[in-house]
Design a protein around this ligand. Structure first.
Ligand code: C5P
Length: 226
C-alpha cells in the first residue's frame, strides 16, 4: 500500500518550513518534499542556461534533466546542489521565488514536475509542503494542514528568515514581492493556492510558534500518527 503523506500548504512566508521541521522531529524517518524548491531550482537552471521563463516546451524538457541533491551540512544546515553547483543561498532569495512563481503558472511545467514529486512518496511516510500538495499532488494525504497569516505578518517573518540566512532584504521590498507572488499563486488557472476541502486551516497571524506546534501535535494525534 502507498506510504502515508502529511501535506502542509499555504502562501509564502507563512511558516511551512517551521511546521515541516517540527513534523520531521515527530515522525522520525519520514521523507521530506520541499516542492517549492523544485520550482525554484527549475527557474534557476532555466535562468542559468538562458531559457526564457515563458518557454513552456523548453522548461518542461529541462525539468526531468535537473541533477538535484538535497542534503545537510555537518552543522545540520540545509544544502542544495544543482548540477554540481552549491545553490543553497541562491535558491532562497526572493528573486528566485519570484521566478519560481512565474514558471509555476505554466501547466506544462506543473505536469513535468508531477512525477518527480510522486517519487518522494516512500515508506515509512512523506511530509510534503507547497501550494497544491493536498489538492493536486497527494489528494489522498492522511492529514492536510493549510497555514495562513496576514501578508504583513508573512513579510515580517520572511525578513527574519532571510536575515538569519545572511541574505539582505528590506521589509518594503519583501512586502511588494510577497503580494505579487501571492496574487499570481492564487489567481492562476492551474493548481491555484486554495485549501483542499478536507484541509485543516490554521491562521497563525497572531499565534506564537509554540501554539501552532501544539495544534499540529493535536492533529497528528487525531490521525493516529503519534
Ligand atoms: O514555497 P516557495 O516559496 O519555495 O515556492 C516558490 C514558488 O513556487 C511559489 O510562489 C509558487 O508559485 C510555486 N510553487 C507552486 N506549487 C508548489 C510549491 C511552490 O506553484 N507546490
Amino acid at each position: 500500500s502507498l506510504a502515508h503523506v502529511v501535506a502542509v500548504d499555504g502562501p509564502s512566508g507563512v511558516g511551512k518550513g517551521m511546521v515541516t521541521r517540527a513534523l520531521t522531529a515527530r515522525l522520525p524517518g519520514w521523507h521530506l518534499l520541499d516542492s517549492g524548491a523544485l520550482y525554484r531550482l527549475l527557474a534557476l537552471a532555466a535562468h542559468q542556461t538562458g531559457i526564457e521563463l515563458t518557454d513552456a516546451k523548453a522548461l518542461a524538457a529541462l525539468a526531468p534533466n535537473l541533477d538535484i541533491k538535497f542534503s545537510e551540512t555537518e552543522e545540520k544546515q540545509e544544502l542544495i546542489i544543482l548540477n554540481n553547483q552549491d545553490v543553497t543561498r541562491l535558491v532562497r532569495t526572493e528573486t528566485t521565488g519570484g521566478m519560481a512563481s512565474k514558471i509555476a503558472s505554466i501547466p506544462e511545467v506543473r505536469v513535468a514536475l508531477l512525477e518527480r514529486q510522486h517519487a518522494f512518496r516512500q515508506n515509512p511516510g512523506l511530509i510534503a509542503d507547497g501550494r497544491d500538495i493536498g489538492t493536486v499532488i497527494f489528494p489522498d494525504a492522511v492529514l492536510k494542514i493549510f497555514l495562513d497569516a496576514s501578508p504583513d505578518e508573512r513579510a515580517r517573518r520572511r525578513l527574519n528568515q532571510l536575515r538569519e540566512a545572511g541574505i539582505s532584504a528590506t521589509l518594503d521590498d519583501l512586502r511588494t514581492e510577497i503580494f505579487q507572488r501571492d496574487e499570481r499563486d492564487r489567481s492562476r488557472a492551474v493548481a491555484p493556492l486554495v485549501p483542499a476541502s478536507d484541509a485543516v486551516t490554521i491562521d497563525t497571524t497572531s499565534m506564537p510558534p509554540a501554539e501552532v506546534l501544539a495544534k499540529v501535535d493535536e492533529l497528528l494525534k487525531s490521525r493516529g500518527l503519534i
